[in-house]
Design a protein around this ligand. Sequence first.
Ligand SMILES: [Zn+2]
Ligand SMILES: [Zn+2]
Length: 455
Amino acid sequence: MPFYKCDATHCREPSVRGEGVCFLCNSHYCAAHMKSGVHTCTKLAEEEYAVASARASENEINALLSEIRVDVLRARAMSLRNGISCDIPPLDYNPATALMGGMNYHFPITFQDGVTWLCRIRRHNASSPPMELRDRILLSEAATLRFLANTRIPVPKVYDFAISSPNNPVGVGYILMEKLDGKPLPPWSTIDVDRRKHVLAQFVEVFAELEKHPLPAIGSLRHPEDQSIGPLTIEQFADADEDGHAKSLGPFSTATEYRYETVRRQMELVSRGEVHHTNAVDSYLVHRYLLECVPWFARQEEGSGSAYYLKHMDDKGDHILVDDDFNITGIVDWEWAQTAPKSEAFAAPMFLLDVGSYYDGKNELSEGEELFASMLEGKGHRELAQFVRRGRVEHRWASCLGGDAGFSDSLRAMFSGLRGSLRRDRDWDGWRKRSLKKYANDKGLKLLTMKHTII
Ligand SMILES: [Zn+2]
Ligand SMILES: [Zn+2]
């Protein structure tokens, strides 16, 4: 079942994830209605759209802030510090100064003795998953931070958390955490060589530390108080059951099961028109091919046993906080973190990739990846260095499975890159023609080819 159905009157189609969501009117639309006359926001001129968009953000955040019982939150923070009094600034939304990302809003709690905490609350708007899944994401992030607090990886300490519930007197779900010093790592290309080496020397220790803490299954940490592995929290693989409850995949006891199930879930979403609606047949074929690749991955992973490793799922670089001398002060934003097979967990983080070359389908390692691999080797982590050197196939797998697959050009580049990393030919047209024939009897493909014109 889809998370959200189309809001157009009498339409029973699922809403398209991402593209079918409108923040302006808080609506969800299917592929047929999202740009149709039914959805009037699409008629706005560029400037009008920008004004409406800013107003929608302001309304959303103000509504969120008005739900917070600041006096209760302040009392809670004080009691956690044995009565040291604290201040919470007026919670008025100011786009220029708001500590906010696409998913979370933060504000400081400042104690009289100079200690500062951050209160992290999840935004909710039309693009948010149902509340049940939002709560699971919050609990899992707090669990991940508590798990990492027992390692040498610098993460903010979690002092308190609560999900959205009538029993939560604060009014909204939140995590109270340590406010770390430092600012996000600037784009890799803007950092000079000596500083790059300094950052990577510290990142070698992060990889080495994660390797020392294997977990027994693939999934996301479930709850800060039990530390077991639960289902994946990432929305991409979540769905709803018959009663509308959020249904996530996993946990998995084998990497093979994990790979098959995540691909199959994407194929269901493509078939239902929830993702990749502009190139559904091509996306379906690529996912059908991913299923065929699973045994190849299983052979690579033979001998790894049932040990899986925590992975930051949004490792574009701004999750690393550094001081003015590029000392890492913390690694933040662990929402959606999950455990993964060793080869996936220790492929290079995305911030080291040469994005232009990657999106052109090229597989050569970037300078950053080469440097990181050689520094891992220099510190005696030869196996981790191999995972970085052979990591491109994991990046390609994730991109073919993920959001990049929704657009014809990027799908072709990612797929061509995947075929290249598996030492297969990169001829898209030839492969596509053969695959349409090969899978002609596949039920899902038949239904899609009936719905979409095949060129
Ligand atoms: Zn709209
Ligand atoms: Zn519709």
